[in-house]
Design a protein around this ligand. Structure first.
Ligand SMILES: *Cc1c(COP(=O)(O)O)cnc(C)c1O
Length: 223
């Protein structure tokens, strides 16, 4: 099933859109099946779970961290992580920078913007994002490379609302790119879209979609 699901999702994506297979709560055998079908980019949202899976699976997997990241766990993922989608504070960025420098690596990061209605979602509001970039501390962080932004839309059936939130994210992305990353080729990723809304996100120029349940099925949270 996983192989068919994966192929179906891939066929629905435009050229150049990166598919992050979100494998949280799914067993390593499921990831292996997706790997055998050609998938190389996987997204996880819990550090402990990620560490276990990373050790059990092939070394050429690109691991993306997509969940809320606590500063005290940064150290464990910095040596190998390909992309952190969920940078939601300067404090976290500082911590990533510190450990990246200690490890002699540069960590690609996305800044998470809050565009959804729910108050529970993490991230900078568009204004907080501009304030943070304006303040400028990030410019001196040699251990991090800010390569774009990430967002999550409200969990709702109202597709107009979802589309509006994605549009706000896109406008913020374009605006920030123009203002702070004008001469940078690396600031180019707009990570948005999950199983329920990735086609809308793609329509609104997402460059990276994070799809879990459509590929792996429902998550079992009981263990
Ligand atoms: C779990 C998760 C996803 C994937 O959700 P699905 O609805 O299963 O596709 C995407 N992004 C983030 C940040 C997540 O935590």
């Amino acid at each position: 099933m996983i192989t068919q699901n994966l192929n179906k999702v891939k066929e629905s994506l435009k050229d150049g859109v990166c598919l992050v297979a979100v494998s949280k709560y799914h067993p390593t055998e499921s990831l292996q099946e997706a790997y055998d079908a050609g998938q190389r980019v996987f997204g996880e949202s819990h550090v402990q779970e990620l560490l276990v899976k990373k050790d059990a699976l092939p070394k050429d997997i690109k691991w993306h961290f997509i969940g809320h990241l606590q500063t005290n766990k940064v150290k464990q993922i910095v040596p190998f992580i390909s992309l952190i989608h969920s940078v939601d504070s300067t404090k976290l960025l500082r911590e990533i920078n510190k450990h990246a420098i200690n490890n002699g690596v540069v960590v690609d990061c996305l800044l998470q913007i809050h565009v959804a209605q729910e108050t529970t979602k993490f991230g900078f509001t568009p204004q907080e994002l501009r304030d943070m970039l304006n303040e400028g501390e990030w410019r001196d962080m040699k251990g991090v490379r800010i390569v774009g932004v990430m967002c999550m839309a409200t969990n709702t059936d109202d597709t107009n609302q979802i589309r509006e939130e994605f549009r706000l994210a896109r406008r913020t992305f374009e605006d920030v790119k123009k203002t702070y990353f004008k001469d940078s080729e690396e600031f180019k990723e707009l990570s948005m879209g999950m199983s329920g809304d990735y086609l809308i996100a793609q329509d609104e120029h997402s460059t990276m979609v994070r799809v879990g349940s459509l590929i792996f099925g429902q998550r079992d949270y009981s263990h």
